[in-house]
Design a protein around this ligand. Sequence first.
Ligand SMILES: [Zn+2]
Ligand SMILES: [Zn+2]
Length: 353
Amino acid sequence: MSSQIPQNHKAAVAEKEGGSVNIVDVPTAKPGKGEILVQLKYSGVCHTDSHALIGDWPAHASFPLIGGHEGAGTVVALGEGADKYHQIGDPVGLKWLYSSCLNCDFCAAGTEPNCQKAECHGFTKNGTFQQYAITDASHATPIPKGLPLDAAAPLLCAGVTVYKAIKVANLKPGQTLAISGAGGGLGHLACQYARAAGLKVIAIDTGDEKKKLCDSYGVSAFVDFAAEKDLVAAVKAASEDGLGPHAAVVAASGAKAYEQALEYLRPTGVLVPVGLPPNATIKMDVFWSVFYSKQVRPSYVGNREDAKECLQIADEGKVKVQYKVKGLSELPQVYDDMHHGRIAGRIVLDLAR
Ligand SMILES: [Zn+2]
Ligand SMILES: [Zn+2]
């Protein structure tokens, strides 16, 4: 390893589930076979990080844990065989998947997030709330050289997640996509990726600020869920022929938005759930879902190719992340703001402070 790599670096460590995070010095590890060491400059903060720490999901993280899975930095050391994927100095992103087996049916089919041996940053492996991180070379995403690292960070989870969800909806240009939570961290990116794919967008959210943001992306309509008495009727009315949108990407934190989507979708419409609210179920009426042939097609995070494509589209200037930069030391406050719904867009941590 180069002499510039410090023996210790700063990290936000949580000792146990439900505990707090503390900024401490941890030893900088050497990359093993197939691994790289990345000097991280920025990390986004995702709701998943908060769920992992609190432990309110049916799946539980490993502790002690360094959270985070939206990291952007440069490769500073290569383990054996890692040069097949990256070189020293390459800008790379660390996303949710740390590694997968690359050999099973799921990996072969490009659904590697469903690999039974998948490891995840900030969940089963230490993540990106630290200045240096070890990761599997095969899953680190090359970041286009023109894309600033702070702007790239939130795309590595929020961006890829919605980009993949829109792909899963499988619409043709000119068709209509409803986006629930359109002015939020995931939603504002979904609006832009959908527009870049030539889709018409019905944005669902509330308040003037979010309306203004959604309108700036050229959405066809903004439906304010707090102001509308009958949200289902309003969304249908906002579609071109009044029958409802062709698909809906829903990233909401309660079950209601998912069930409403099943109602406002046109016949053959596709609901793509991407949010991960704990203890939420989607009730589906069997008679009407058969009669109207509506589908529920959940989308988990994207694969390695999706991550590359998602960054490429942003590098072409078609997608801009709304984010605020804070220091790593402010992470406990960021979690608190997250719990109280005080965060607009994405928070990106500057790991140097
Ligand atoms: Zn995430
Ligand atoms: Zn696999």
